[in-house]
Design a protein around this ligand. Sequence first.
Ligand code: NDP
Length: 293
Amino acid sequence: MPPRLGFIGLGAIGRPMAEHIAAAFDTVVWNRTAERAATFAKETSAFAAGSPREVVEQSDVVITCLPTSAEVMGVVKDVGDAWRKGQLLIDATSGDPTGSKNIAAHLEPFGVGFVDAPVSGGTDGARAGKLTVMLGGEEPWVSLAADVVAPYAGKVQHVGPVGAAHALKAVNNALLAVNIQAAGEGLAALVKLGVKAEVALEVINSSSGRSNVTENLFPKRVINRAWPRTFRLALLDKDVGVALQVLEEYGVPSGSIREAKRALGEARKVLGEEADHVELVKEIERVAGVEIR
Ligand code: NDP
């Protein structure tokens, strides 16, 4: 029998992931803003539940996709004693390793498994069902999680025990942030001295400084001034904070990541909670007095 799925958190990336889940399994969803869950149920074969507890009562495996581990723990506790032995919680949130271990410890007495399963690939990857999914946890839960996330995954990789996947995701996003900041600063200077952004990117993208940021984000979002909102800067700020905690815990130098965290924190204050992560470049442009185009 295929498992019955519960999905909690139909945000920018949760919703397209849940679409793939609903197409593959019997699925029940819950979202804090109920209207979003009702619309989702209308447009898919899924049912909308009235509470996280109802989701857990009707599912074998539950996927959460919320802003941070704190909201996941909130939902897990709201479910109260409705958790049943043999159930699995897969947390697709970009959470933090300590939060994951605490959630796993809360569920363990119920006989419920926990796997941290953050994703990369953005909302485009989610729509295409091609996300990279990192798994942190133990068998037999990891194998079950790998089967369940398959409908939205292009690549699934078990990376270590509970919390390891959240640590890896945070480090990945710290690299993204460092790259956005460095590319923004470098290109702002080049444009000011008279080099066209498009020309600079063409050279960088056939040279050793290239990255996903210069190959995709700048051409598709910055130099055409499109600035789509797909991944909130506030969430990237949170991820870089998680990465910093991990580095500090292990006594590793963290200068570049600390600097990206500072820049994101300042941009977040100016641009607000809804700004996209690439809008960090707008702050660099404002201070530099130039548009990168
Ligand atoms: P959004 O901000 O778009 O959505 C957040 C979701 O969490 C919404 O469903 C929201 O409900 C719900 N929520 C917020 N607070 C609470 C709460 N206290 N209790 C219950 N539900 C709550 O975020 P994303 O979908 O973009 O991101 C979700 C996770 O995935 C984050 O950890 C993010 O870092 C990660 N991620 C995002 C990517 C992206 O490209 N967007 C890429 C990779 C990872 P409501 O509808 O009521 O607001």
